[in-house]
Design a protein around this ligand. Structure first.
Ligand code: PLP
Length: 382
């Protein structure tokens, strides 16, 4: 039986050439040729004002949280159905995390519930674009303007996704991408921070290079660089940037290929959705997604477990997603759920992510779908 992995990171033919190029140059530390190529590409392609590659998506979020000038006890609103990094970043600067329920269709934060979760300590809304499918950004941005809040997009999963024609990651004050090896574009470990205004970008650049104004020095704006603010080493090595560049050059190929697999799953599984055995993913109108995840939802948690076990027994790498943060140990320590948990816990317990990656063979997609059909023909666990 052939194993179908959950994920395979893309490795274009050029990846080894570009990495060798860096090795031959002996300039392996950060902010070199490939970093600049990638950053320029991110700005040009997504219409971002500024972009900085980072050592991870988590570090992009950490920088974003720092740049929000949070004071201890300030509150940040986010979904509980997300990765720990969204919350970690704000918890690290002393914020209290306020979790809000999700919409059961997109699995994203329910924009209608945000206003009720705002207090006089709220500073930031951090929407997460789950599976690369957009949150309702017009409403979220409207709420932010109305209440004088910042929007930090966790667009870790949303590179190449759009909302009404605009790139996700560019719709808030700050946007965070991940280039972890499980994401659509990989640096092994890496990410990017997108910034909408030049003043914040200046501060970010200093934070990025260990709190020094080295970038100003490199541009010839000053004759010595020194420690000017808090920072760390958030810039990735050129080796990682070179690997990313090999994928950004073929970003559309990768995106189209993933979308092809996503659409094939959708088509194959639609009869099961029509028979109300499964729920398929939903993307808001006027939004383009990047096929980061293909997820299905079963009718019950017991059925999710049984179907996951069935797929696993046939060597298919299907996985669940997220123990909701508010019910985890750290979630209780750093935050609270505000409002009713109607969907977060129940929907997370029914969700299954199917294998999807660049270059996935159509026959493998079909085999996964066949196995799901076989499961429903066999025993139905409710
Ligand atoms: C992957 C991911 C992150 C973190 O990215 P890393 O590059 O793994 O640090 C943050 N938020 C979400 C929603 C993610 O999926």
């Amino acid at each position: 039986m052939k194993r179908i992995p959950f994920n395979k990171a893309p490795v274009p033919d050029t990846a080894a050439d570009y990495i060798s190029d860096v090795l031959r140059s002996r300039r392996t530390s950060g902010n070199g040729k490939y970093t600049k190529l990638c950053q320029k590409w991110l700005c040009d392609r997504f219409g971002a004002e500024h972009a900085l590659l980072t050592t991870s998506g988590s570090h992009a979020l950490d920088m974003a949280a720092r740049l929000c000038n949070i004071k201890s006890g300030d509150e940040v609103i986010m979904p509980s159905f997300t990765f720990s990094s969204t919350a970690n970043a704000f918890a690290a600067v002393g914020a209290k995390i306020v979790f809000v329920d999700i919409r059961p269709d997109t699995m994203n934060i329910d924009e209608e519930l945000i206003e009720a979760a705002i207090s006089n300590r709220t500073r930031v809304i951090a929407p997460v674009h789950y599976a690369g499918a957009a949150c309702e950004m017009d409403m979220i941005r409207g709420i932010a303007v109305h209440n004088d809040l910042l929007v930090v997009e966790d667009a870790a999963q949303a590179v190449m996704s759009t909302y009404k024609g605009k790139a996700l990651g560019t719709l808030g004050r700050l946007g965070c991408y991940s280039f972890h090896s499980t994401k659509n574009y990989s640096m092994g470990e890496g990410g990017a921070l997108l910034l909408a205004d030049t003043q914040t970008a200046r501060r970010a650049e200093i934070m990025w290079e260990t709190g020094t104004n080295r970038s100003c020095f490199m541009r010839g704006e000053i004759d010595k660089y020194s420690w000017v603010d808090w920072g760390s080493s958030y810039l990735p090595s050129e080796l990682n940037a070179a690997y990313l560049w090999s994928q950004l050059e073929i970003a559309d190929d990768i995106n189209d290929d993933r979308l092809k697999t996503w659409r094939r799953y959708y088509e194959l599984l639609t009869p099961l959705a029509e028979a109300e055995l499964l729920i398929l993913p939903y993307v808001l109108p006027e939004c383009g997604h990047n096929a980061h995840i293909f997820h299905i939802r079963t009718r019950s948690a017991a059925e999710q477990e049984a179907l996951l076990a069935h797929l696993k027994s046939h060597e298919v790498g299907a996985v669940f997603h997220y123990v909701p943060l508010h019910s985890s140990l750290a979630g209780k320590k750093f935050g609270e759920f505000r409002g009713e948990d109607r969907y977060t816990t129940s929907e997370a317990a029914k969700l299954i992510r199917l294998p999807i990656y660049y270059g996935m063979a159509e026959e493998d997609t079909e085999r996964v779908a066949d196995l799901i059909y076989a499961y429903f023909r066999k025993g139905i666990v409710r």
